[in-house]
Design a protein around this ligand. Structure first.
Ligand code: FAD
Ligand code: EPU
Length: 339
């Protein structure tokens, strides 16, 4: 049975803690709930917004439509092939709890992605990534329901077209499907990825000599907790902008003017610039405008200092974009989904 509520506050459903309402709100606990919803008049008459943990959205106004909160639960091992173990998680599973579930069973592959907020169903949307790993590295397939006709489709990695914070679901298939489960190819064989320097340093200071996946997970949790604001305390949606990719000639121009620029070479010959560095060097780290601010420990994160409106955060992001562009000639791109 689905219960559609009217005029609901979305404040508990977005990690920015923005007060905004929606006309209709429904929680989906099963695929049959979803089918019932797709048949309903409320669904047919309204535009919709799907949410999981609400940790990558900025609500700039009240949502004039139906919000669908995906609560589908369940984790299962679907098959094993040698050392490979295929684990399927339903979309409403909390991401970090799922990662812990895998670590407890000694299944490697997701440990670097510990403590990312949100739900499993949103993880393919922007191909979540951290500390040298993206989900595309361990992604097998996902199941989604076509919101037009209710049919179930399976998507392979190729079709998802993953890139840095990108997938087909942010572009051609935007708002067309609801993801109901994701299957990951994990491994019984431990092959740690500690290439991201800070992990090794953290493992050392933890006194760990022979790390396992639980140690790497703990190292990542420690590093993240030291610089990223906890949404339960301070509203935010993680990095507000992407790290921009520039061509070599553009990188050379910036480097000649700003020799300390933080940048990473990419396989295609381009460079990825650290947007947090660009923002900090623009004098904006800790900058506050009204109730919106640039986080004082990580300039790539915008925060709600208490009672901020979504458009206040958005205006701050515009100010950041313009200031960085004026100083470096680099155009930042927002990572957070603006609603
Ligand atoms: P939501 O915010 O609810 O939704 C995000 C988008 O996906 C929306 O467009 C929504 O419509 C769509 N969507 C959600 N669920 C579904 C579904 N089932 N089917 C179809 N569409 C759906 N991200 C990283 O990549 N790396 C990080 O290191 C990282 N660190 C973060 C740290 C903090 C403190 C915070 C607050 C956020 C961070 N994020 C990070 C961003 C965020 O956690 C991820 O993008 C996460 O995957 C969002 O999940 P969610 O369930 O909260 O998605
Ligand atoms: N930096 C600064 N000042 C700052 C912040 C960063 O100078 O205020 C420079 C430092 O040199 C630092 C470098 O930028 O070494 C990189 O910073 P950090 O390691 O914190 O990572 P990031 O590039 O800012 C990205 C992701 C994060 C992810 C981390 C770890 C994006 C947009 N962000 O941040 O993802 O957790 O790497 O892998 O790619 C998210 O997407 O929401 C998110 C938090």
């Amino acid at each position: 049975m689905i219960k559609i509520a009217d005029n609901v506050s979305l404040k508990p459903y977005n990690t920015f803690g923005i007060e905004a309402s929606c006309n209709h709100f429904v929680e989906i606990n099963s695929v049959s709930d979803l089918n019932a919803l797709l048949d309903s008049e409320v669904y047919k008459r309204n535009k919709h917004l799907i949410i999981g943990g609400g940790s990558n959205i900025l609500l700039t106004k009240n949502f004039d439509g139906l919000v669908i909160k995906n609560n589908l639960k369940g984790i299962e091992v679907v098959r094993e092939e040698g050392d490979d173990v295929f684990v399927k998680a339903s979309a409403g599973e909390v991401w970090h709890e799922f990662v812990q579930w895998c670590i407890q069973r000694n299944l490697a592959g997701l440990e670097n992605l510990s403590l990312i907020p949100g739900c499993v169903g949103a993880s393919p949307m922007q191909n979540i990534g951290a500390y040298g790993v993206e989900i595309k590295d361990v992604f097998d397939c996902l199941e989604a329901i076509d919101l037009n006709d209710g049919t179930r489709k399976e998507f392979s990695k190729e079709v998802c077209n993953f890139g840095y914070r990108e997938s087909v679901f942010k572009h051609e298939l935007k708002n067309k499907f609801i993801i109901i489960s994701v299957t990951f190819k994990l491994s019984k064989k431990i092959n740690l990825n500690t290439s991201y320097g800070a992990i090794n340093t953290e493992l050392e200071s933890m006194g760990v000599k022979q790390p396992g996946i639980k140690d790497v997970s703990q190292a990542v949790i420690n590093i993240r907790s030291s610089k990223l604001p906890d949404p339960k305390v301070t509203g935010n949606a993680g990095s507000f902008f992407k790290n921009p990719e520039v061509e070599l000639s553009e990188y050379d121009r910036i480097k000649s003017q700003f020799p300390n620029v933080v940048a990473y070479p990419l396989e295609n010959g381009n460079y990825k610039l650290a947007a947090g560095w660009l923002i900090e060097q623009s004098g904006l780290k800790g900058y506050q405008a009204g109730n919106a601010a640039v986080h004082d420990k990580q300039a790539l994160v915008l925060v709600n200092k208490g009672g901020a409106k979504g458009d206040e955060i958005y205006s701050l992001s515009e100010h950041v974009l313009q200031t960085v562009f004026a100083k470096f000639g680099v155009k930042l791109e927002r990572e957070v989904n603006i609603i």
